[in-house]
Write a protein that binds this ligand. Structure first.
Ligand SMILES: [Zn+2]
Length: 190
């Protein structure tokens, strides 16, 4: 009876996570946390096809998984890689088709990176501005993009799972628009 119970519990733990086995393999173990993840770029047709996919939402259970904790650390290591630094990163860029982004908050003291789960843009300001952008998935290129100067974002708090809204402006608003576009299969070169 005890054995049956244990296997039932194990089954439930396995069933709770939305990460596919390929994604789990890509994310690896907690011991890999410091290692950067290979970036998917537009130079490889298969990777570009992947970057064009609509990313799936994360569940409350995903938040509690070790896979999620490792993914966050590895995304952070990747975006902060001194050889190829970025100001934001989206999970699809490292081969994980999930709605997770990290954004460097230039509007906050110390410019920390913060993660956002299942983020969407609820409102774009009518005021728009042209600005230079680059992307870790489009190596060696830069171009100007017309973006709203202020956006209202909505996401899930990773601890409380409450819906949170935030109004962001300036360069940080540009990063949010760029990263959330990635979750919808859109690159800035589009
Ligand atoms: Zn990008």
């Amino acid at each position: 009876m005890k054995k049956v119970l244990i296997s039932l519990v194990l089954l439930q733990v396995v069933a709770c996570s939305n990460f596919s086995s390929i994604e789990k393999r890509r994310i690896g173990k907690i011991g890999d946390s410091e290692k950067i993840m290979p970036l998917f770029t537009n130079r490889d047709p298969d990777e570009l096809r992947f970057l064009r996919l609509q990313a799936g939402p994360l569940s409350k259970q995903d938040m509690r998984s070790r896979t999620y904790a490792t993914l966050k650390l590895r995304m952070l290591a990747t975006v902060r890689d001194t050889a190829n630094t970025g100001v934001g990163i989206a999970a699809p860029q490292v081969g994980i088709s999930k709605q997770l982004i990290a954004v460097q908050r230039f509007d906050k003291e110390g410019h920390p990176f913060a993660f956002y789960v299942n983020p969407v843009i609820e409102k774009y300001s009518e005021e728009k501005k042209w600005g230079w952008e680059g992307c870790l998935s489009v190596p060696g290129e830069r171009d100007t993009v017309l973006r709203s100067t202020e956006v209202v974002i909505r996401y899930r708090d990773q601890d409380s799972w409450q819906i949170v809204r935030d109004t962001v402006s300036g360069f940080t608003a540009v990063i949010f628009q760029h990263e959330i576009d990635h979750l919808n299969g859109k690159l800035y070169i589009d």
